[in-house]
Design a protein around this ligand. Structure first.
Ligand SMILES: Nc1nc2c(c(=O)[nH]1)N[C@H]1C(S)=C(S)[C@@H](COP(=O)(O)OP(=O)(O)OC[C@H]3O[C@@H](n4cnc5c(N)ncnc54)[C@H](O)[C@@H]3O)O[C@H]1N2
Ligand code: MOO
Length: 419
């Protein structure tokens, strides 16, 4: 007779069964960091088109900033330091203005009208503010002391021509475009955008706007994942939906691999009868990681399909988003040429209480209110409203067992993830 005695009840789909090697999150991240390398080619673009692009090589300043010594204020320029007390200087005819330099030299013991940004004429290294001066009859009167060089900016005090202004891998910001312009750089060598294909899997899915029969649900993951990837600065290829059919999924992966550098799938990552993503990656002998000690997202499947990294994200939307932020985002940045970077988090007191099993990393939906971190009322992985409610993730350490109100917790704003 077959033994039909039941196993002990655990009722915890996150329990980490013994005998399986559960990979800690940091180990899975280290694997991605070590194995992946940039895959994008480079091109030249004008800096007006370079916002958000990734530098493919260091950029050297072609000109110093400022290119010449100039006045920091509107006032009067002369040579040298001025001791304490009252001073009167004869004023030269003319003036120096930004873009309209003074042609002559200013003799020692005389002053010249100078405006902010004006190149300092020969003989001038110090400027007094016009508010501190009485000017009359071709003379100025003012009080010292003033240090030599007061109110003047030295040539190259910010950047010297020939210096590396920005390094390869930099994701160009608005400020960077100012720096490049100021240092005479009009075009930059940047990486072509990474191409990321997104596939939803599941017989139950229909697109919003279509009629949904009983048992069907709207595909929520695809619009979310496509827009997240765009926020990461990559180009997206929308591969649509694929039914729970191994041949169809194989064809979709083939097509995605032909067009994209990276593939994101959602659904079918677990080990059930219809979990074809993990099955196909295993069959291809290219499953790198699968059992990661993380909640949500334990069934994340990391593998390769025809040389392209595949992130087999869990179907539950919360797990799909968390896994994309935690695992796919840094990988996408690295593949795109921006290097590995960790999201900036902040330790703040918890406004919630939580018990937790040690041995796995947990991410909760959180937000900051009154200086404290609130957690969403439910950890349910299908509660999409909590993703909208949240403004970031709360990262709870692998070893933690309990969080009490007031305990410091790490809050990582969605903006730190580039959203
Ligand atoms: N016996 C066990 N069952 C489950 C376990 C487990 O350990 N033992 N783990 C659970 C966890 S955790 C997750 S997460 C899911 C992951 O499963 P799959 O990646 O195989 O995903 P599916 O089964 O295809 O879907 C899960 C869930 O998500 C919905 N879904 C899928 N795609 C979409 C989409 N594009 N938009 C909106 N919703 C989507 C799907 O309908 C399911 O409800 O497995 C648990 N089960
Ligand atoms: O982690 Mo599954 O990863 O809850 O939703």
């Amino acid at each position: 007779m077959t033994d039909l005695s039941p196993p002990p009840l655990r009722n915890d789909c996150f329990a980490l069964p013994a005998g399986v090697n559960w990979t800690p999150v940091d180990e899975a991240l280290a694997l991605l960091r070590d194995r992946l390398t940039p895959v994008t080619a480079a091109e030249d673009v004008a800096i007006g088109d370079a916002l958000g692009r990734i530098l493919a090589q260091n950029v050297v300043a072609l000109r110093s900033n400022p290119p010449q010594a100039n006045s920091a204020v509107d006032g009067y320029g002369f040579a040298g330091a001025v001791p304490e007390g009252a001073h009167v200087l004869p004023l030269m005819q003319g003036r120096a203005a930004a873009g309209v330099p003074y042609a002559g030299a200013v003799p020692a013991g005389t002053a010249l009208r100078v405006l902010t940004g004006a190149a300092l004429p020969k003989g001038v290294d110090t400027v007094i503010l016009e508010e501190d001066v009485n000017a009359n009859d071709g003379q100025i009167a003012f009080r010292g002391p003033l240090k030599q060089g007061a109110n003047a900016r030295k040539a190259g005090e910010d950047v010297v021509a020939g210096d590396v202004a920005l390094t390869a891998g930099r994701v160009l910001t608005p400020a960077d475009l100012a720096l490049l312009s100021a240092t005479g750089v009009a075009r930059v060598h940047v990486r072509k955008p990474l191409r990321v294909a997104v596939i939803s899997t599941g017989d139950e899915l229909v697109d919003p706007g279509q009629p949904a029969g009983e048992g069907q649900i709207f595909d929520a993951n695809r619009p979310m994942l496509l827009s997240m990837v765009r926020r990461f600065g990559a180009e997206t290829i929308d591969m649509g939906r694929v039914a729970d059919d191994r041949a169809a999924l194989r064809a979709a992966l083939d097509s995605a691999a032909a067009q994209a550098d990276v593939i994101l799938t959602s659904g079918g990552a677990s080990a059930g009868d219809e979990d074809h993503v993990s099955a196909l990656l295993t069959e291809a002998g290219a499953m790198q990681e699968w059992r990661i000690a993380v909640k949500p997202g334990r069934p994340l499947a990391l593998g390769m399909w025809q040389g392209r990294p595949v992130f087999g994200l869990p179907g539950n939307p919360v797990a799909a988003m968390v896994c994309t932020l935690v695992f796919a985002r840094p990988a996408v940045a690295l593949l795109a040429g921006a290097g590995w970077n960790e999201p900036q988090g902040f330790l703040l007191p918890a406004a919630f209480e939580k018990r937790k099993k040690p041995g796995r990393r947990e991410y909760l939906r959180g937000r900051i209110r009154d200086g404290k971190v609130e957690a969403f009322k439910s950890e349910g992985s299908g509660r999409i409203s909590g993703l909208s409610w949240a403004e970031g993730l709360i990262e709870i350490e692998d070893g933690a067992r309990q969080i009490q109100p007031g305990d410091p917790v790490r809050f990582i704003p969605f903006t730190s993830y580039g959203l």
